[in-house]
Design a protein around this ligand. Sequence first.
Ligand SMILES: NC(=O)c1ccc[n+]([C@@H]2O[C@H](COP(=O)([O-])OP(=O)(O)OC[C@H]3O[C@@H](n4cnc5c(N)ncnc54)[C@H](O)[C@@H]3O)[C@@H](O)[C@H]2O)c1
Length: 375
Amino acid sequence: MAALRIGIIGGGYMARAHSVALATLPVYVEGLPLEPVREVICDATDELARAAAEAYGFRRWSSDWRAVVEDPDVDVIDIVLPNAMHHEVVLAAIAAGKHVTCEKPLANTAAQAEEMTRAAQRAGVVHQIGLNWRLAPAVQQARRLIEDGTIGEVRDFRGFWLADFGADDSAPMTWKYSRAGAGSGALGDTGSHVIDIARYLVGDFDSVVGLSRIHVPFRRDPATGDPVAVDVEDDSAFLAEFSGGAYGYLQNTRSSPGRKNHCGFELHGTKGSLTFDWERMNELHFYDSRDPKDRQGFRTLLMGPAHPYAGHFWRVPGYQIGFGETKTLQFLELVRAIGGDGQVQTSFEEGLRAKQVEEAVEASVESRAWQQVPR
Ligand SMILES: NC(=O)c1ccc[n+]([C@@H]2O[C@H](COP(=O)([O-])OP(=O)(O)OC[C@H]3O[C@@H](n4cnc5c(N)ncnc54)[C@H](O)[C@@H]3O)[C@@H](O)[C@H]2O)c1
């Protein structure tokens, strides 16, 4: 099998998730068109890069991302950098003719995301954004039940991601709490996944109106101890109208004490309802209005080989998968697309659409009025 040589740029938290996914993909999935190889990993310093290569099983390391992008022995550039760097590195990778996978949010602004999307399309390279949460088998199964008409016409969608990692005001300043570093706060961080799941299940957004809050206005610089202003939201909520007529309510916060990773949705259609909570990500709850009255109630579908993508892992429903396996599925789509055997569901276009929704929400917060989402 021919090798597909991956160069990861960024050696932090997500680099570990991507490395595990690349290592386990050929173990889980037989018949890949190409064999993913962890060729080179790049971090900001030699010390960090060497440590990342050793820990994550890469052949080589570098502290020069431009050299990695230009490296003729690298086929795919995988960007797991702070958001503000995505734009420049993605454009350089595309210019060098590489296939690209980039973490979400695609860029700090929709204008940058559009430039990256059009450049990738023009170059004809495979391009993917790390909106892996929609790849969870239960979310894929939800889409199947909507597509085959089981739920009927979707009337409303409530999506949420409640977490408390930002509630602690003594937690230090990082790039994730600054507009220059992250482009946005909870809305673009966890919210990009919720917006993507909403689009995946219900369709495009038409218009939005929202509110946001900064609860911790200053955080301490970890090096100097000086207070630094936080200029992105900790908390965001918005109402939405979808192009198909359904309405939505989406809430994203990193300031809800006790909520660790409470990400999910509830949606109602003319024939039934679906609910999903990532903290029990192997389950989809399904209510069918056509059930006889004396046995109506939500049933729990436990994901297994009968459900989309779950069959790649274990033979028995209930053996369960986790966050890491959704990254394995992301790379499965990437390797197959590059090998000419399928397409990625989450191309840059999906990242651009999510960013456009986020910017429309931000504009509505400013204007305190409904905003149209660009189409
Ligand atoms: N899909 C998901 O579920 C998910 C989850 C978490 C984070 N993310 C995304 O992944 C991306 C990375 O987030 P993270 O949590 O891994 O961040 P992180 O801060 O842990 O890692 C970023 C890494 O980039 C390195 N870096 C910074 N400047 C560099 C440079 N010039 N050259 C090379 N390396 C450099 C840093 O040293 C660090 O190792 C972000 O876009 C984030 O939104 C996605």
